[in-house]
Design a protein around this ligand. Sequence first.
Ligand code: SF4
Ligand code: SF4
Length: 151
Amino acid sequence: MAFWEEKSLEQMSPTEWEALCDGCGRCCLIKLEDEDSGTLITSDVRCKLLDGDTCACTNYPRRQEIVPDCIKLTPENVRDIPWIPTTCAYRRLAEGKGLAWWHPLVSGDPQTVVDAGVSAKGRTFLETEVDPEQWEEHAVDWPEWEPPESL
Ligand code: SF4
Ligand code: SF4
């Protein structure tokens, strides 16, 4: 049995925990707050540390120092943060859904995250290159889109 099937999130080692990230980059997109309702809307503007092609954080060890509102996911907060994408491996496991077919640990190939349409690769704009006045125009719903559960 694979570790994500036999262990709870709390039981995982730091290495196992990190391996769960599918590298989609969806959680590193800037959220906009609707002034009237307070609802958070996801944009296609990416955090200044996110590489738009690899979807990797370019300074993972110092990320919280450079980006103070970068959230470190934990078994506790992954159950409470509403904006974590529904496709996120941590959220899926917390909700008892298991890992999806396109997750690299299941498929054996990181490209399936891109092929399934989950990755933010090549679909985002860098935070420092977008005029804040234009952020509203960058509201998108694709980061909440989910592929079918099976091929
Ligand atoms: S949404 Fe989840 S799986 Fe995707 S990059 Fe963020 S932490 Fe990793
Ligand atoms: S600092 Fe890194 S991990 Fe945090 S939101 Fe930005 S790109 Fe993502």
